[in-house]
Design a binder for this molecule. Structure first.
Ligand code: ATP
Length: 345
């Protein structure tokens, strides 16, 4: 299938439902062929954003542009956008082949072309041979693949996926995530994927847009979001974190509210108020040392997760490699972190 992938641009989108501001000035640029994930908690406005892009909601302000052309008021059916939702929404009385053919039939495509494209789409999602089954004769993962085939069969300019794997078990979800990624790369299809699951976002995305209360908090590559979050919300929402606040008291040193000093590499000006983020897995050795008592120890297979009450009053979550038996609550340990492993924001 030849790609007709487009750039997507949303500018200053505002959408209110009575008192609720679901979108509070959202702007995003998504490049042709890119997979961008919108990550945010329940109620942050993700679905509303997708509905505005698809044309199912009209924004109170702002614009949606595809390849630079304003489509804000274009009817959904004319937008050439493929969509997949959490609850598959397959037609239960139609076979797999008829479900996938549906968007082409709507567009009055010739029969021969429909057959060819349905075959190609089912091939892409590895469902050749399932043409004559009904949705209820398929597993959840297979149904979701049919929904995916139906979303791409008409060679859309954009693909929108709203929590498509929410109903699948963990293992199947992971398989489907990799499949979507493979398919999306192969087709070079501009894709917006919604999830509230940060791991899913990290696995899938070229870039992640973190959303909270109708506003984009940060848009960046997966590593940037994880390693250099822009604020407390992003640091806390993506991954486990130890977040503290303090003041830069001299170059290369932050004094936390608890009085504790930390060596940092960040060159924030002396006197500035900053947040510091220490990821649990970054502890081990380093000149910033922490001594304290283990309050809780959890064995996670590949690592140990400890809740540490430090002698200076700080509480830390620390992940360490498994080297022996699970340490007992109440036992004391010492750990450290390198200045370059501390992110300052
Ligand atoms: P979830 O992950 O739970 O689906 P979300 O991030 O997709 O959440 P939205 O569904 O976009 O969030 O909702 C954003 C806000 O707008 C919520 O407070 C929601 O209650 C409200 N909202 C959404 N649609 C409507 C509607 N049709 N009428 C009234 N309020 C709405």
């Amino acid at each position: 299938m030849a790609s007709r992938s487009a750039d997507l641009e949303v500018e200053g989108l505002v959408k209110r439902f009575g008192e609720v501001v679901a979108l509070d000035g959202v702007s995003l640029d998504i490049a042709s062929g890119e997979l961008l994930t919108i990550l945010g908690p329940s109620g942050s406005g993700k679905t509303t954003l997708l509905k505005v892009v698809a044309g199912f909601e009209t924004p109170d302000a702002g614009a949606v542009k595809v390849d630079g052309i304003d489509i804000t008021t274009m009817p959904p059916a004319k937008r050439d956008i493929g969509m997949v939702f959490q609850n598959y929404a397959l037609f239960p009385h139609l076979t797999v082949a008829r479900n996938v053919a549906f968007p082409l039939e709507m567009r009055n495509a010739p029969r021969a072309e429909i057959d060819k494209r349905v075959g190609e789409a089912l091939n892409l999602v590895e469902l050749k041979g399932f043409e004559n089954r009904l949705p209820r004769q398929l597993s959840g993962g297979q149904q979701q693949r049919v929904a995916l085939a139906r979303a791409i069969v008409f060679n859309p300019r954009l693909l929108l996926l709203d929590e498509p794997f929410g109903a699948l078990d963990r293992k199947l979800r992971e398989t489907m995530q990799l499949e979507v990624r493979r398919l999306q790369r192969r087709l070079g299809l501009t894709t917006v994927f919604i999830t509230h699951d940060q791991e899913e976002a990290l696995v899938l995305s070229d870039r992640i847009a973190v959303m909270n209360r109708g506003a984009i908090q940060q848009v960046a590559s997966t590593t940037e979001i994880y390693e250099r979050p822009a604020n407390d919300f992003v640091a806390d929402f993506v991954g486990e974190s130890n977040i503290f606040h303090g003041t830069v008291t001299e170059t290369g040193s932050v004094t936390l509210e608890s009085g504790r000093r930390l060596l940092i590499t960040h060159s924030a000006p002396v006197g500035s108020r900053v947040g510091v983020l220490m990821r649990p897995e970054r502890f081990g050795r380093g000149p910033n040392t922490f001594n304290g008592e283990i309050r809780e120890a959890v064995y996670l297979g590949s690592s140990l997760k400890l809740r540490l009450a430090c002698d200076d009053g700080l509480e830390l979550i620390v992940r360490l490699p498994v080297t022996g038996p699970l340490p007992a609550s109440g036992s004391r340990i010492s750990t450290g972190i390198e200045p370059e492993s501390i992110h300052v924001f």
